[in-house]
Design a protein around this ligand. Structure first.
Ligand SMILES: N[C@@H](CCC(=O)N[C@@H](CS)C(=O)NCC(=O)O)C(=O)O
Length: 251
């Protein structure tokens, strides 16, 4: 296998990087390395200073991070003839704009999910970010109502952002996020698009499937060590779990 994908196999979540790897026909070139970035033992800071997933390591030790970098790279390897990043021109800028919209929706939802672990959670964080979520999902409805020429990177990211948002709103966030809020309510075009998009083989490849491979912290560290060795740096054969920067309460 030519590449190691460090990522979190979260049940019920549609991973943009997995969708893109599948759509690009490069799934079989990936070695999956589960990382639980807020669980002790799983630090990948030695190969990514940001200690964030997804992180992609190539066999020569090159490390790519930032999901947008990872997916653009995977799309560049596409063997299928169907690129998720359209060629330059209006279709590309529209796809990249929708990518930014959905990725930022994901990121502000991560901020709220983390804040909901604070005792007590600060309402300011939810007020500030929730307004962005509602406007982003309204914009997605407007985009879906116009229709899409073909499946692109903006839609891959929308699957990612909306599935994560649903995971968090169904668990319950904090005021002003209404209890029982569902992004589908009042958004028929987005709902219809979603119902069709989740039937894609690239989504069915992992959605709601238990991760069945090795996922220990020791395994993660052994793969980090392989990347370091590919970079010409020293690394032990059986590295110990490495503490992460931050473990939230209750984890
Ligand atoms: N801008 C990043 C965001 C990725 C991201 O938020 N990853 C989270 C997933 S929980 C993470 O790794 N957090 C661990 C940390 O920040 O320590 C990207 O698009 O790759």
């Amino acid at each position: 296998m030519a590449m190691k994908l460090f990522y979190s196999p979260i049940h019920g979540f549609i991973h943009k990087v997995l969708v893109v790897a599948h759509e690009a026909g490069v799934w079989d070139q990936l070695e999956f390395v589960p990382v639980y970035p807020v669980k002790d033992g799983y630090s990948i800071a030695a190969i990514n200073p940001l200690h964030k997933v997804p992180t992609l390591a190539l066999d020569d030790g090159t490390v790519l991070y930032g999901s947008q970098t990872v997916v653009e790279y995977l799309d560049s390897l596409s063997t299928t003839g169907h690129r998720l990043y359209p060629a330059e021109g209006p279709a590309r800028w529209d796809a990249v704009r929708r990518l930014a919209l959905a990725d930022t929706l994901f990121e502000v939802t991560v901020v709220m999910a983390l804040e909901s672990l604070e005792q007590p959670p600060r309402e300011m964080v939810f007020k500030w970010n929730w307004a962005k979520v509602v406007r982003a999902v309204d914009q997605m409805e407007e985009d879906a109502a116009k229709g899409f020429a073909s499946f692109d990177i903006g839609q891959a990211s929308a699957l990612h952002g909306l599935s994560y948002l649903e995971r968090q709103t169904s668990r319950g966030l904090h005021a002003p996020v209404p209890e029982g809020w569902d992004w589908r309510d009042g958004r028929p075009a987005l709902t219809a698009w979603w119902d069709e998009a989740i039937q894609r083989p690239s989504v069915l490849s992992h959605l709601n499937k238990e991760y069945e491979g090795e996922e220990s912290a020791e395994f993660c560290q052994s793969k980090v060590a392989e990347v370091l060795r590919a970079q010409g740096k020293p690394a032990p054969d059986s590295p110990a779990p490495v503490p992460v920067d931050f473990v939230p309460p209750g984890n």
